[in-house]
Design a protein around this ligand. Structure first.
Ligand code: FAD
Length: 307
């Protein structure tokens, strides 16, 4: 017999929401959470109904407090799943601070490990990230609406992103940081929409205590701004899947059906690690609740219902 019915890897909104719903379904649940929220850089999270503006760690604190009412749900934080393998009997996970120090077994596993992001290599960008520079328009553009904004990025979807952010402000400048992310045709289209493109490498972000005031490029030009957005690269770190290999999509997310089932029987995924977006807390929490119902139904052996 396995130690747990369900092992949840990752205790963000997807994992914690799944834990709550699985706990209420009588499952013996273990949540292992390295406790590095993707949105830790920001002071306030927006768009989560009943919790608009809540600090990221406060959202987790409330969720953990609610889980404490369920003796069949165990939560271990500041440790990670360092190895995961599958057999006919279920799954075996190696758990520890860095490497595997202890082994646990489970009949099913939910991957809810989120994404890691890499920001463009712009000097002191981290100092402004989460304060006046953000990556998610739906999450943070309201606070910056109407202001003079920068969009910094190096990826091929930068012009498309500029059109999105221009919805919130008529004063937007795109900085490609020396890359060819924006084509000449796209530059002309953006110019027609009132969006400027600056192609030089950024040498300095000017500002104080997280408040961005200007962007200096290699030519020496200084462009005053009040904040803006950056286009990071997002990566799903699944290096701990040592003995199991679910299908991935083109972007590297774990591929799932609509219910969160992966290509490996008994292995599920929810939240940012499985979703092409939108990457938002409430979407991740919703996906966690949905996959919890699916796991319960699969375990009992009844069809997943739509009500
Ligand atoms: C700067 C910033 C600001 C944001 N602001 C907002 C906002 O205002 N509103 C909004 O809705 N969304 C916001 N988001 C997006 C939001 O943070 C994500 O969509 C959401 O956190 C995804 O939830 P998740 O549960 O899938 O993953 P996460 O919240 O990333 O949680 C994953 C957890 O899994 C853990 N983990 C990873 N690997 C392992 C492992 N091997 N073993 C154990 N644990 C592991 C991580 O440490 C982490 O605790 C923001 C994102 C960023 C980067």
């Amino acid at each position: 017999m396995s130690d747990y019915d369900v092992l949840i890897v990752g205790g963000g909104p997807a994992g914690l929401s799944a834990a709550l719903n699985l706990g209420r379904s009588l499952a013996r649940v273990l949540v292992i959470d390295a406790d590095r929220p993707r949105n830790a850089a920001t002071l306030n999270s927006h768009g989560f109904l009943t919790r608009d503006g809540v600090p990221p760690f406060e959202l987790r604190r409330i969720a953990r407090e609610e889980l404490a009412a369920y003796p069949n749900v165990e939560l271990r934080t500041r440790v990670r799943v360092a190895e995961l393998s599958a057999s006919d009997a279920g799954f075996t996970a190696g758990v520890g601070r860095r490497a595997a120090e202890e082994t646990v077994t489970a009949r099913s596993v939910l991957l809810a490990t989120g994404l890691h992001e890499t920001l463009p290599d712009v000097p002191n960008l981290r100092g402004f990230y989460g304060m006046t520079m953000f990556s998610c328009a739906a999450c943070d553009a309201w606070e910056l609406r109407g202001r003079s904004l920068a969009l910094i990025g190096e990826s091929a979807d930068l012009a498309e992103r500029a059109r999105l952010i221009a919805h919130w402000t008529p004063r937007l400048t795109v900085f490609t940081h020396g890359s060819d992310a924006v084509t000449t045709a796209e530059e002309a289209e953006l110019a027609a929409a009132g969006v400027g493109v600056v192609r030089g490498a950024i040498v300095e972000l000017i500002g104080d205590r997280g408040l961005l005031e200007a962007v200096r490029v290699e030519s020496g030009e200084v462009h005053p701004v009040d904040g803006g957005f950056v286009r990071p690269e997002w990566v799903a770190d699944l290096s701990f899947l040592s003995g199991v290999a679910p299908d991935r999509d083109a972007a590297g997310h774990v591929a799932t059906d609509r219910s969160g089932r992966t290509s490996v029987p008994g292995l599920y995924a929810a939240g940012d690690v499985a979703s092409p977006g939108p990457q938002q807390l409430i979407v991740a929490a919703g996906a966690g609740a949905r996959v919890a119902a699916v796991i319960t139904h699969d375990t009992i052996g009844v069809a997943t219902v739509s009500h």
